[in-house]
Design a protein around this ligand. Structure first.
Ligand code: ADP
Ligand code: ADP
Ligand code: MG
Length: 706
């Protein structure tokens, strides 16, 4: 709740000028909304609720069983339980609830029902205001193929490609040859980067087609594909547009969203770096034309792919909703876009003209957003989930904003998108904004699920990014620089040992099974001596897992001698407070560390960096707990649902052969065989829900030659 309350102050700042303007645009045709249902969850549900409350609009919030204690569910006195985790998609039920609750409108947020024309139409037919574009416009933009036909007719440039109805694989391949390789296959109903495959040459065409179709079928229930030219050094530049019911349409500047992984954005900024002014004006104009061509109303984003080599740009798709990255635009325009959505839905006029917007943008500098995800960048950005053991955010100010859906103690559920929060900063220049983002990330502490925060910090200092040389392949291209791990300083081990020792000393528990492994105890006058074996957990799950022994000896209540390998520290003064802050005075330096322990996993935050260590268990404990017994199995790497099993019991498999396809947080992952072998048992079949670490498949044990 803390982040929410703080940012109210921010949105009030954003709102001041436009609140005044709105009253002057009030006319008799305006139907004020007094009660709205928010058909979404998490951060966006809270975001919409915040603006609605600010204007005295009553909000009804929805939740599901796994979301019962989530922040959005708790944010309104009117909260309805839908039960099943997938029920956010149950449009008919949601419309009925809105009517029962006496709501006049529904805000769909983004994702879920926001771009569903059937839902938007049913809302309208039920007499509810759908806070979004008319359903006809959503329908026109909902298909990546039809929308391109409309754009071509409206004079908006499109990427050369085939987006027709002949889906015969041979025909699609012929079209690919006409376009010229490399080509991109895209699901016409696609979104969120799914159902998309690059095809580099004709040989791999059919394989990639099958794979794109399978993903599209699972994600959107539709496998119609389009083929288009694959731009090799593209940038993703999009334009925020807004239209009202009176024929006005403006562009609220552009956003560069080129820093992506899996075709999904992680950093978004405005203005786009190094964009020539005449191109900027042209791209805004084309975006407005795109919106006008479908009689658009409300907030929308026209996405373009910008060819860095030729300076040309092409229409990619229009997202007929508010977007995840809308705060970037709010920062550079000083406007509240949810408020604009409400004004348009009520029948009001756009609060600013194009000229006024340009004036604002020229005065307000640059803004950048980082999406904070529970995911592991070092394991190909695989999503993570679990309890947020510790969460500390930077202090929100007028130029540092946090849109979050979680607080410490909340669970990041594997049922939904793993985005934890968005951090948005503004500065007078791009350089200043990036510097501020880096500083804010250094203050952002999350323990529990693995996050991309450390990776984002490295992006912020990546020289080409800082220079504005961005492209959608940035992360692959700068892989070596972005993923090389740094060796841990001995002080990190020393701080971890101090944290463990001080927690133990202050605890009264002496249960041999729950206290940490102790290899030496008791030393005169009631003072303690310990040895801990600590492993610097390899971020990619592979690599060196040898442990570093750390000896620590207490010489006075808060005084210790510590040895980390050859490095000896004498007379170290250290205390641990109730907020898990470890304050340590070494002879030559002072360190302040947040120390979080979860069983054998230790998370430390110090000097703007996170470190994850594992307390190695003594050999006897590993045996007693049976940890070594599962090595003959392939384990689920994360909580997941089994989509398909690709093998049968008794099959002989080769290393890297696909065994099982799982789905977690809307992403498909193929689990491949770690080695050659024979399948003994399929432990979990199609449709099974598995926890992380559950055995999926067991191999026949190899007979060891003695
Ligand atoms: P953007 O708004 O920047 O285009 P995305 O396209 O990645 O962002 O997705 C927008 C939102 O919609 C995200 O919250 C994402 O999790 C959600 N989303 C994407 N695809 C789906 C889907 N198939 N079903 C439900 N939600 C989705
Ligand atoms: P989605 O609906 O999943 O957001 P988009 O069509 O918007 O799909 O494309 C998502 C991302 O894929 C873009 O931001 C860009 O990085 C990449 N992309 C899309 N089309 C092309 C293309 N023709 N050439 C190269 N990259 C592309
Ligand atoms: Mg897109």
């Amino acid at each position: 709740m803390r982040a929410i309350r703080k940012s109210t102050h921010l949105s009030r700042q954003l709102l001041a000028p436009n609140a005044v303007r709105h009253s002057s645009t009030l006319a008799s045709s305006i139907k004020p909304l007094t009660s709205v249902l928010i058909a979404n969850r998490g951060e966006i549900a809270l975001r919409v609720g915040r603006t609605a409350s600010e204007y005295g609009i009553r909000t009804t919030t929805l939740y599901t069983d796994p979301d019962a204690r989530s922040q959005h569910a708790l944010s309104s006195p009117y909260a309805i339980n839908l039960g099943d985790p997938t029920a956010y998609l149950d449009g008919d039920r949601i419309i009925q609830i809105a009517k029962d609750q006496g709501c006049q409108g529904i805000h769909p947020g983004y994702g879920f029902l926001s771009e569903n024309p059937v839902f938007a139409r049913k809302c309208t037919e039920a007499g509810l205001t759908f806070i979004g574009p008319p359903w006809q416009a959503i329908e026109a933009m909902g298909s990546k193929s039809e929308s391109k036909d409309i754009m071509i007719a409206a004079g908006v440039p499109c990427i050369p490609g085939y987006h027709g109805s002949n889906q015969d694989p041979e025909h699609l391949k012929k079209e690919a040859a006409k376009i010229g390789y490399p080509v991109l296959l895209k699901a016409v109903k696609g979104g969120g980067g799914k159902g998309m495959r690059i095809v580099k040459n004709p040989e791999e065409f059919f394989d990639q087609l099958a794979s794109a179709k399978s993903e599209a079928r699972n994600s959107f229930g539709d496998e119609v594909m389009l083929v288009e030219k694959y731009i090799t050094t593209p940038r993703h530049i999009e334009v925020q547009v807004f239209a009202d019911k009176h024929g006005n349409c403006v562009a609220l500047g552009e956003r560069d969203c080129s820093i992506q992984r899996r075709h999904q954005k992680i950093l978004e900024e405005s203005p786009a770096p190094h964009l020539k002014e005449e191109i900027r004006q042209d791209i805004w104009k084309k975006a407005r034309n795109a919106a006008l061509a479908v009689k658009y109303e409300g907030a929308g984003t026209v996405e373009f792919i910008f060819d860095n080599d030729s300076g040309e740009f092409f229409f990619m798709e229009m997202n007929a909703r508010l977007q995840v990255e809308h705060p970037v635009t709010e920062m550079v325009t000083g406007e509240d876009l949810v408020r604009w959505q409400l004004i348009v839905a009520e029948g009001g006029r756009l609060p600013l003209t194009q000229q006024e917007i340009e004036q604002r943008i020229s005065e307000r500098g640059a803004a950048i957003e980082a999406r904070i995800y529970a995911e592991n960048p070092d394991m190909n950005f695989i999503p993570d989930s679990g309890l947020l053991l510790h969460l500390r955010t930077p202090q929100p100010t007028a130029t540092v904003r946090i849109d979050a859906g979680f607080v410490a103690g909340d669970e990041v559920s594997s049922h939904y998108d793993p985005m934890i929060a968005k951090l948005i900063v503004q500065g007078p220049t791009r350089e200043a904004a990036i510097q501020k983002l880096r500083a804010a990330l250094e203050e952002y502490e999350v323990a529990g699920p693995i996050t991309n925060i450390e990776f984002l910090k490295r992006l912020c200092v990546s020289p080409d990014f800082v220079a504005g040389d961005v492209e959608t392949g940035y992360i692959q291209k700068h892989h070596a620089e972005l993923f090389t791990p740094e060796p841990l300083a001995p002080e990190v081990y020393a701080q971890a040992a101090l944290g463990l020792a001080l927690q133990e000393i202050s605890s009264t528990r002496r249960d041999p099974f729950t206290s940490p492994p102790i290899t030496a105890t008791g030393f005169g006058a009631g003072y303690q001596q310990r040895e801990y074996n600590l492993i610097d957990i390899p971020a990619d799950g592979k690599g060196d897992t040898t442990s570093t022994p750390v000896q620590i000896r207490q010489t006075a209540p808060s005084k210790f001698d510590i040895a980390v390998g050859d490095q000896i520290y004498h007379d170290v003064i250290s205390t641990l407070d109730a907020a898990n802050t470890l304050s340590t005075f070494y002879p030559h330096t002072r360190l302040s560390t947040t120390f979080i322990r979860d069983d054998n996993h230790l998370t430390l935050f110090q000097q703007g960096k996170q470190h994850r260590l594992q307390l190695a268990m003594p050999k006897w404990a590993e045996k007693a707990l049976g940890i070594k017994d599962v090595t003959n199995s392939v384990l689920a790497p994360m909580p997941c649902k089994v989509l398909r099993v690709e093998i049968s019991e008794g099959d002989t498999v080769k290393k890297d052969q696909p065994l099982v396809v799982i789905e977690s947080m809307k992403m498909e992952t193929v689990i491949r065989s770690p080695h050659d072998g024979v399948i003994a048992r399929i432990v979990h079949g199609k449709g099974d829900l598995c926890k992380a670490g559950t055995a999926l498949v067991e191999f026949v044990e190899e007979k060891k030659e003695v």
